[in-house]
Ligand binder design. Structure first.
Ligand SMILES: Cc1cc2nc3c(=O)[nH]c(=O)nc-3n(C[C@H](O)[C@H](O)[C@H](O)COP(=O)(O)OP(=O)(O)OC[C@H]3O[C@@H](n4cnc5c(N)ncnc54)[C@H](O)[C@@H]3O)c2cc1C
Length: 414
């Protein structure tokens, strides 16, 4: 069997490793001229880390990222709403990692190069179109100037080509642009003094604006960390068109961001100073797409953000792409016919990811701080008087179990 993978992001590269581990031949086609370490912080949840650990990548992840110790949800004054341990510190058999997205991608990419060989990765190859027939699927790749570079023939084509997926657009030509909810996400990272345990993550604020701060790598000195920050603020009501096309590499501007930062007073980390000191940072409009009824069409399917782009809340973007990769590789390995394998993969993965897309629209686990801010916008004396423990637990733990990363679910699978 020969598999064509379109897209060399975390989803496409992990799929290549998974297929290789099962003896299935594949080639990756990536439109960029190199696999670069782009992006800033990302969290990868234990159920996805379990898959990367099985691929033998745990040591390399430890060298690249931070094992997340705890997660705090607070209001904009830093008052604690919910706190929980994460990963192995919470009794999971595998860690959660807070990591630079580019370094996570690099760990997986280096493994692909070492195991599959350089010749299996084709950069500067943008998928233009593909054609399926009874015996297989043919794909046509172009350079950035639009000149034809190569054609490929395989038994299966996997569209792991992100939120602007050409494969998805070909399967659903009338779908139209991604949906914007009116919120903008600004994010950056900087070497900064460690706060709390040096492995703590804070999500503060509520509906109007949220602030997220967590370390993603060791810093220049032992008491410093490469510290990721993100600010999400509502700048429209979602009815207007996108201010800029969603692009993870668009630079942000201080004059647009800073008015949203001033409302935060978090005692243990001076977020305002951290953000002001960051020389460059990026903006990304909070976009997703409605869940699709089907991903698999004959010998062609979708994976990762191409299949289920979701708001980046709840740490599920990269994690779900990794879970897709595992499931698809297993199905391709065991089914009698590739078309049936793709159908089974979709049956298994589509319902859960559609549910996460919908939960993320309501804020995902961050709904807990939204609810508190709505009831107590100026702070509180006792959190239980604002939102009971049971209500807070239902929001945060409900999200974890629906997304498949509650502790018992992951440990049982491990
Ligand atoms: C540059 C970049 C920076 C990001 N930064 C962050 C971040 O800081 N924080 C965060 O939470 N998430 C970030 N993300 C998103 C996050 O990586 C994804 O949500 C998640 O990892 C799922 O990945 P994916 O492989 O499905 O899609 P992606 O990571 O989007 O990868 C898709 C890949 O397909 C390639 N591609 C697209 N179209 C074609 C085509 N026609 N032919 C060939 N190749 C094609 C793209 O160049 C890209 O490399 C970023 C994504 C990108 C692309």
């Amino acid at each position: 069997m020969k598999v064509i993978i379109v897209g060399g992001g975390i989803g496409g590269l992990t799929t290549a490793l998974m297929l290789h581990a099962r003896g299935i031949d594949c080639e990756i086609y990536e439109q960029s001229d190199a696999i670069r370490e782009l992006g800033v912080g990302i969290n990868t949840l234990p159920h996805a880390i379990k898959e990367l650990a099985e691929l033998g990548l745990l040591d390399r992840l430890d060298a690249a990222g931070i094992r997340t110790y705890e997660l705090f949800y607070t209001n904009r004054f830093g008052q604690e709403i919910w706190r929980e341990l994460r990963g192995t510190d919470a009794g999971y058999e595998v860690p959660q990692f807070s990591i630079h997205r580019g370094r996570l991608q690099a760990v997986i990419y280096q493994a692909v190069r070492a195991r599959l060989g350089e010749s299996r990765i084709h950069t500067s190859h943008r998928l233009g179109h593909f054609r399926e027939d009874e015996g297989g699927v043919s794909a046509y790749f172009f350079d950035r100037h639009g000149s034809h570079r190569a054609s490929a023939r395989g038994d299966v084509l996997i569209g792991a080509d992100g939120i602007h997926s050409t494969v998805r657009e070909t399967l659903y030509p009338h779908e139209g642009p991604a949906r914007w909810n009116g919120a903008m996400l600004w994010r950056g990272a900087l070497d900064w003094p460690a706060f709390l345990t040096g492995r703590s993550m804070v999500i503060a604020g509520g509906m109007a604006a949220k602030l997220v701060v967590y370390p993603i790598a060791a810093g220049a000195q032992p008491d410093r960390r490469l510290t990721n920050w993100a600010v999400v603020a509502r700048i429209g009501d979602g009815s207007t068109p996108l201010p800029n096309k969603e692009d993870w590499s668009r630079k942000g501007r201080f004059e647009e961001l800073m008015p949203h930062v001033q409302r935060f007073r978090i005692p243990y980390v001076n977020a305002q100073a951290l953000i002001e000191a960051t020389p460059e940072f990026w903006e990304y409009p909070m976009c997703d797409r409605d869940p699709l009824p089907r991903w698999s069409h004959g010998r062609v399917t979708l994976l990762g953000d191409a299949a289920h782009p979701m708001y980046p809340v709840g740490s599920n973007g990269a994690s779900q792409a990794i879970l897709d990769a595992r499931c698809l590789a297993d199905r391709l390995c065991s089914a009698e016919h590739v078309v049936h394998a793709l159908w089974m993969y979709e049956q298994e993965r589509q319902p859960m990811t559609a549910q996460i897309v919908r939960m993320n629209r309501k804020g995902g686990p961050e709904g807990v701080i939204d609810a508190v801010e709505e009831r107590a916008p100026d702070g509180f004396t006792r959190i239980d008087d604002v939102l009971s423990f049971a209500e807070r637990e239902a929001i945060v733990r409900g999200y974890a179990s629906t997304s498949g990363f509650a502790r018992d679910q992951v440990n049982k699978a491990a």
